[in-house]
Ligand binder design. Structure first.
Ligand SMILES: *[C@@H]1O[C@H](CO)[C@@H](O)[C@H](O)[C@H]1NC(C)=O
Ligand SMILES: *[C@@H]1O[C@H](CO)[C@@H](O)[C@H](O)[C@H]1NC(C)=O
Ligand SMILES: *[C@@H]1O[C@H](CO)[C@@H](O)[C@H](O)[C@H]1NC(C)=O
Ligand SMILES: *[C@@H]1O[C@H](CO)[C@@H](O)[C@H](O)[C@H]1NC(C)=O
Ligand SMILES: *[C@@H]1O[C@H](CO)[C@@H](O)[C@H](O)[C@H]1NC(C)=O
Ligand SMILES: *[C@@H]1O[C@H](CO)[C@@H](O)[C@H](O)[C@H]1NC(C)=O
Ligand SMILES: *[C@@H]1O[C@H](CO)[C@@H](O)[C@H](O)[C@H]1NC(C)=O
Length: 377
């Protein structure tokens, strides 16, 4: 309790000194053994998923509705993602050592959803995953050594998941093995076509990329390569890679933030034309705290969470637009703001607009912060 009090004093002090003003909170009605596990946005509504229910929230942190999730004796629904083409979102329900099932919810009126069609098992997936993505009708599920593509087929009153021929594995990337810790997707336009660049992060080696084109809303990979981030001498050879977050992507340029387990995070630009790798900035690690949860970006704002052994969380907010006028390339950047939470098991952190973000600041509390002065100077 004292701990929490102290933290909130520190955090008040920071929010006054710096540019983040965190002045709105909401308390969620959680059971003692309930955990907040994931978040997604669907049609302007935020879905906050816990180990037993989900809340629908608006941008002002008002609770619009609450539903119980279809956990059964073995499976817990622990991931959520919106479906971009439909008024649907999907829950992934998992159990260690078993294959998962997915549940679709369809919007029935403004703030109400109901289960759509049947639950869909995916027997070919055997490992638990901590994120999945839906692009068009393509569902991407990561496993330790591959990304597997499925198609979601949505009909008037039912839906199902179909396997596809596409798997991004060691053979696809022409490498000896993969140990995937993260993946990300971003799109770029070329000749009135939308393309997707998929960054697949290998624990030891760095980033493998694949380009995919969308045909009838299904992703088809057609090109790939490797970004040898260790050829930048700023990145220690001993680094192991935890996360990759795209910043800016075009046909020939891939700009991303790569996070290591024990060193800092690095903002890098890679030119596919000539394999040129440029370090744009180093986002310094917070003390000796462990990187935690996921990096989030929104324009120039990069939020990097860390956790200590007491499970206290600090979110470092960096302004990466700031360095654009700076000629130095090995600039080491300190955060502009720190957001601090009490001891928690899982973080959720999301932007509700260009200048507003929401984070979990305590066991049952979400806090809304307004950020100013994060524009390019
Ligand atoms: C939960 O659902 C999954 C998928 O349908 C099934 O394999 C599993 O046996 C169910 N568990 C229980 C306890 O019913
Ligand atoms: C988004 O929500 C609005 C109202 O909340 C609804 O009218 C509209 O149909 C929804 N859009 C989709 C794609 O479901
Ligand atoms: C749904 O939302 C729209 C605009 O957001 C509003 O005009 C309409 O009255 C709402 N409908 C219901 C049934 O609440
Ligand atoms: C695959 O990798 C091997 C060994 O690195 C290389 O000799 C070969 O040219 C590569 N194949 C393709 C299609 O890039
Ligand atoms: C694979 O990655 C995990 C982290 O996700 C790491 O703990 C493990 O040691 C790695 N395995 C190998 C063989 O490098
Ligand atoms: C990207 O590279 C290709 C091949 O080198 C070139 O033809 C194309 O013009 C480049 N596109 C841009 C936007 O620079
Ligand atoms: C890539 O190469 C093309 C020509 O081959 C050039 O026009 C383009 O500017 C290059 N792009 C980058 C980002 O280097």
């Amino acid at each position: 309790m004292i701990n929490v009090l102290l933290l909130s004093i520190i955090y008040m002090a920071y929010s006054q000194r710096e540019q983040a003003i965190c002045n709105q909170e909401i308390y969620l009605d959680l059971d003692v053994d309930e955990e907040i596990v994931d978040h997604a946005k669907q049609n302007g509504t935020d879905i906050v998923l816990t180990t037993s229910k989900f809340f629908l929230l608006d941008d002002g942190l008002n609770i619009l509705n609450t539903y119980t999730t279809p956990n059964n004796g073995t499976h817990i629904c622990n991931l959520v993602s919106g479906h971009p083409l439909q008024s649907l979102f999907l829950l992934a329900c998992q159990s260690e050592g078993r294959s998962p099932f997915f549940v679709a919810y369809k919007q029935t009126s403004n703030n109400s959803y109901s289960v759509f069609g049947e639950y869909q098992g995916v027997p070919t997936i055997s490992e638990v995953f901590n994120k999945f993505a839906i692009v068009g009708n393509t569902l991407i599920i990561p496993q330790k050594n591959k990304l597997v593509f499925f198609t979601t087929v949505i009909q008037a009153t039912s839906w199902y998941i179909r396997t596809t021929a596409y798997t991004l594995d060691a053979q696809f990337f022409n490498t000896s093995s993969l140990n995937i810790t993260d993946f990300s997707l971003s799109s770029y336009e070329l000749d009135q076509q939308t393309y997707y660049r998929i960054l697949t992060l290998d624990y030891e080696n760095g980033v493998f990329w694949a380009d995919a084109i969308s045909r009838s809303n299904n992703l088809i990979p057609f090109n790939n390569g490797f970004i040898n981030v260790k050829q930048s001498f700023y990145i220690p050879y001993s680094s192991r890679f935890r996360q990759v977050t795209p910043v800016k992507v075009s046909q020939n340029i891939t700009q991303f933030i790569i996070q290591t387990y024990a060193d800092s995070s690095f903002q890098i630009e890679y030119s596919i034309n000539n394999s040129y790798l440029q370090l744009l900035t180093t986002l310094n690690r917070y003390k000796d705290w462990n990187p935690f949860s996921s990096i989030r970006t929104n324009n120039n704002i990069v939020a990097v969470p860390y956790q200590n052994y007491q499970k206290t969380v600090v979110i470092n907010l960096f302004n990466i637009g700031f360095r654009l006028n700076d000629q130095q390339t090995n600039l080491k950047q300190e955060p502009t703001d720190l957001l601090i939470s009490a001891s928690i098991e899982n973080l959720i952190l999301y932007f509700t607009s260009e200048t507003q973000l929401v984070y979990r600041s305590d066991f049952d509390t979400l806090t809304l912060c307004t950020l100013s002065n994060y524009k390019v100077e």
